[in-house]
Design a protein. Sequence first.
Length: 167
Amino acid sequence: MQLTSDPALVDFSNPLELMEQIAASHEWVFARPSDRELAFDLTGHWCDYRVLAAWHDEAWALHFHCAFDIRIPEARLRAVTDLLALINPRLLVGHFDLWSEERFPVFRHSVLLRGVRGASVEQLEDLIEIAYTECERFFPAFQFVVWAGKSPAEALASSMFETVGEA
């Protein structure tokens, strides 16, 4: 995807303007609950992901969330937090967390932009791609823990296989 941004038309102080252009170019349905928030859904192989990007201009930070469409039952919360402790060291960028009230697994990452003119299209596309890829990669582990009753270690091992060749 190639977006060309006329510097005169882009508000570099708020990267959500650029992220909105990315969402529109992919024809993702998005909403702007405020001038500091952008929300859209991504359809994955395993589930739909709810993305929320929030701009904090006082810190010049873009906070990014990608939540799974899966609610964790109260009885499996401890196992899921143990799974998070196994997954997070495997991530180069961002981390998984649990939204405590909604009990959704969520990929989170913040980008600090103080001292730069603004986020680039490539940076924002990478942020979306990394979040999507990691959510898809680890979704089976969450499913194994929540619905199959596997231990976090078993779930992670079961979900970390790579298929080689063709059937």
